[in-house]
Design a binder for this molecule. Structure first.
Ligand code: ADP
Ligand code: ZN
Length: 239
């Protein structure tokens, strides 16, 4: 083989390894952050980059409520009020979900864990499965920005796509650009439920940051734009 050709092959090989490593590195993440911090948006951007799956307990629960399943019936009242669904119910869902095949290509946990008991249970679950989390990203956004976002946020009932009446409305009012589903305000996005969700977050979920700091894999990102959050994650992965 010619020397130039050899070099070309070597480069190609290195590129393959690099792509593989990047995938490996972006394997298993938790996204922490208050409601409206942009966990869902960041998760969607990341899954496009590395082919991992986004697992949102909120989406799973909303689908169950919409389908009227037993799970949906059990979760509905707490969700509507902006309270948390019980840890047992959530661990039942996630214990199954994390064992599904698509999780092999990596996952981004969006909205889970949300309490210390859930984080402890997840730790046991992952240890049993012989898996380890790569990173826990805490997305920090100022409270006034969050309040503004949540009151103007609209969600597609069909596919979960997120819109904003001010900054990112669907092309046709009330209709999803992606799937044509109805774009509406979530039931828990009344002022009362929003304020309760933020209180619940501060009390039950915010302590997870120090939990994962002790575990040694916490990355805190102070950012309002999703792109800035992605850049911070990439920088961390490269370091
Ligand atoms: P948010 O915008 O508040 O992050 P989510 O879509 O993640 O909203 O969750 C919506 C609701 O679903 C929560 O207010 C809560 O009632 C319920 N929920 C979602 N994930 C969990 C969880 N891990 N533990 C308990 N309740 C949950
Ligand atoms: Zn849609």
């Amino acid at each position: 083989m010619l020397r130039a050709e050899k070099a070309k092959y070597r480069l190609k090989f290195l590129n393959i390894i690099e792509t593989h490593l990047n995938k490996e590195q972006l394997m298993k993440l938790i996204l922490l952050g208050a409601p409206g911090a942009g966990k869902g948006t960041v998760a969607k951007l990341l899954t496009k980059m590395d082919g991992s799956v986004q697992i949102s307990t909120g989406d799973i629960l909303r689908a169950a409520v919409a389908a009227g399943t037993e799970l949906g019936k059990q979760a509905q009242a707490a969700m509507k009020a902006g309270d948390l669904v019980s840890d047992d119910l959530i661990m039942g869902i996630m214990g199954e979900r994390l064992k599904e095949d698509d999780c092999k290509s990596g996952y981004l946990l969006d909205g889970f864990p949300r309490t210390i008991p859930q984080a402890e249970a997840l730790k046991v679950l992952l240890a049993d499965m012989g898996e380890e989390l790569d990173m826990v990203v805490d997305i920090q956004v100022a409270k006034d920005v969050i309040l503004d976002r949540l009151t103007t946020r609209r969600t597609c009932e069909g596919c979960g796509e997120i819109y904003n009446v001010k900054s990112n409305p669907p092309k046709e009012e009330g209709k999803c650009d992606k799937c044509g589903g109805a774009v509406t305000q979530r039931e828990d996005e009344t002022e009362e439920a929003i304020s309760n969700r933020l209180d619940v977050y501060n009390e039950m979920t915010a302590p997870l940051a120090s939990f994962y700091e002790k575990e040694g894999n916490l990355v805190s990102v102070n950012a309002t734009s999703s792109d800035a959050v992605i850049d911070a994650i990439k920088a961390k992965l490269a370091s």
